[in-house]
Design a protein around this ligand. Structure first.
Ligand code: BG6
Length: 480
């Protein structure tokens, strides 16, 4: 965790400091809560992070008994119940309020359920279209004072809607009481990017356009949209994972060193990266759609929504001028893995007889972000023999992730404690939308691609000048 600077940031107002004394989950009967949030709450109870009432809110007229049943099912599905006492405690801390989010009565009922709680945290795990309604009704019911709101992604669907949403949220909550979730920021491997860069001095002199030729980031998934067809139709790959998750990875890799030890400094440096990104042009983006997507439940028969997206990005800053950043993500690809490849420039002269080995990649640094976390540094080493020829080999730093907190556990715990380090700030979110906005408006048609492939071949042309895509591969010593 970053050390905090308290005096200069002006962000330690009472609502910010006080630990939350109730957690309210809007959309408690939904998919996200079932898959991610109940298991996270259970872990938080086990580790002693969650000792406050949890009030679930949703449109259905459920009883608290039904909610407990749902929580039990969710926790069992995610693993086993290995701490009966903690599990019982979680169930006993649950309450339920059912009602229409448009109806002020729902918020009166919520007020009653909150009882004496003074610093509730409202977690909006609901469709984005409902964010403004819920936020405004919280304000109108007098429930927002000294409280905080945790907003799930997607935060807006373009620049204009993100601005509107920010305005609505800020008309009810101060900025430092708004916690915008990007679960990538709660992943250990992603936090390690920040740590690795700024805890090791030796990279700093070469971490710039003078030594780095290009950077590529791949977020590949070997599965389709599953039951989320309807949601996906409203989003597409660029909105779903690139504008947020992958842009956050870019920001951590590209940001300047924070000027002081504090979360405000990290947020500001990240925002500057988004501000320095050149708005995308149509020719910088390739969209794809996997075969059979249009037959998925909830998907339009003639849908042009992209399930794959590749793009070329430039950051027009002193450090990164001229360095291309290639990002791609897709569903139904050949594997499930997320990886960053930072490729260095070649030595200015070839002194040796490697000949065709110049077709190899130049030296690179590979960050494996998932499924496991690892770093590989590739360097050339001479083969034994009379000739001066060699091979590129990888040095590995492998990290055992056992026992690490899952992203939702980490982020909800931080939000309840009032720590906004791993959340996104208004200016950064808007600047990131400004980069993708031009290509959201008039996209080129999505190209079909086969399931289990690496996406449409048109994406290869984007990166041809920089050695092509490097598909993620296992990092382990035997793979050398
Ligand atoms: C979510 C997207 O935000 O991130 C999903 O909505 C995607 O479509 C997921 O599969 C990827 O996250 P993770 O943690 O599974 O890599």
């Amino acid at each position: 965790m970053m050390r905090k600077k308290t005096s200069t940031e002006g962000s330690n107002t009472p609502h910010h400091k006080a630990a939350a004394d109730a957690l309210v989950i809007f959309g408690v009967t939904g998919d996200l809560v079932h898959k991610m949030v109940f298991p996270a709450l259970y872990s938080m109870i086990k580790s002693g992070v969650l000792r406050i009432p949890v009030v679930g809110v949703a449109g259905s007229l459920w009883t608290v008994g039904q909610l407990r049943k749902q929580a039990t099912h969710s926790i069992k599905q995610a693993g086993k119940i290995d701490d009966r006492k903690a599990f019982d405690r979680l169930l006993s801390q649950l309450q339920y309020v059912g009602g229409d989010y448009h109806d002020p009565e729902t918020f009166k009922a919520l007020k009653r359920a909150l009882g004496s709680a003074r610093h509730p945290a409202y977690y909006l795990a609901i469709p984005p279209a409902l964010f403004p309604t819920v936020i405004e009704n919280l304000g109108a019911a007098g429930l927002a004072d000294q409280a905080r709101v945790i907003v799930e992604k997607p935060f807006g669907r373009d620049l204009m809607s993100a601005r509107t949403l920010n305005r609505v949220a800020q008309s009810v909550f101060p900025e430092d009481a708004i916690f915008r979730i990007d679960h990538y920021l709660g992943k250990e491997a992603i936090m390690n990017l920040l740590y690795f860069r700024f805890a090791n001095l030796f990279f700093e002199p070469i971490w710039n356009r003078n030594f780095i030729a290009s950077v590529q980031i791949t977020l590949a998934e070997d599965f389709g949209v599953k039951s989320r067809g309807a949601f996906y139709e409203s989003a597409g790959c660029l909105r779903d994972v690139i504008q947020n998750h992958l842009f956050q990875v870019v920001a951590l890799l590209a940001m300047e060193p924070p000027a002081y030890q504090g979360l405000g400094a990290v947020h500001s440096e990240k925002a500057k990266v988004f501000q320095a990104m050149r708005p995308l042009r149509i020719g910088d983006v390739v969209r794809g759609q996997y075969a059979g997507y249009r037959q998925e439940i909830g998907v339009a028969k003639r849908s042009d929504v992209e399930t794959y997206c590749a793009l070329r990005l430039f950051i027009d800053s002193w450090r990164w001028a001229g360095v291309p950043w290639y990002l791609r993500s897709g569903k139904c690809l050949a594997t499930t893995a997320t990886e960053v490849l930072v490729e260095f420039k070649r030595p200015p002269q070839s002194l040796f007889d490697d000949g065709p080995s110049s077709r190899d990649r130049a030296n690179y640094l590979r960050f494996r972000l998932s499924p496991a976390s690892a770093v590989a540094l590739a360097a050339r080493i001479k083969r034994p023999g009379k000739q001066f020829v060699g091979d590129q080999r990888e040095l590995y730093l492998l990290e055992e992730m056992a026992g690490s907190e899952a992203p939702y556990e980490r982020l909800l715990g931080d939000a309840l404690a009032g720590d906004g380090t791993l959340f996104t700030r208004e200016d950064a979110v808007e600047a990131a939308w400004a980069v993708v906005d031009p290509v959201l408006k008039r996209p080129r048609p999505a190209q079909p691609y086969k399931r289990g492939s690496w996406g449409p071949k048109e994406a290869d042309a984007l990166i041809a000048a920089d050695g092509g895509w490097c598909n993620p591969r296992l990092i382990d010593a035997s793979a050398v």
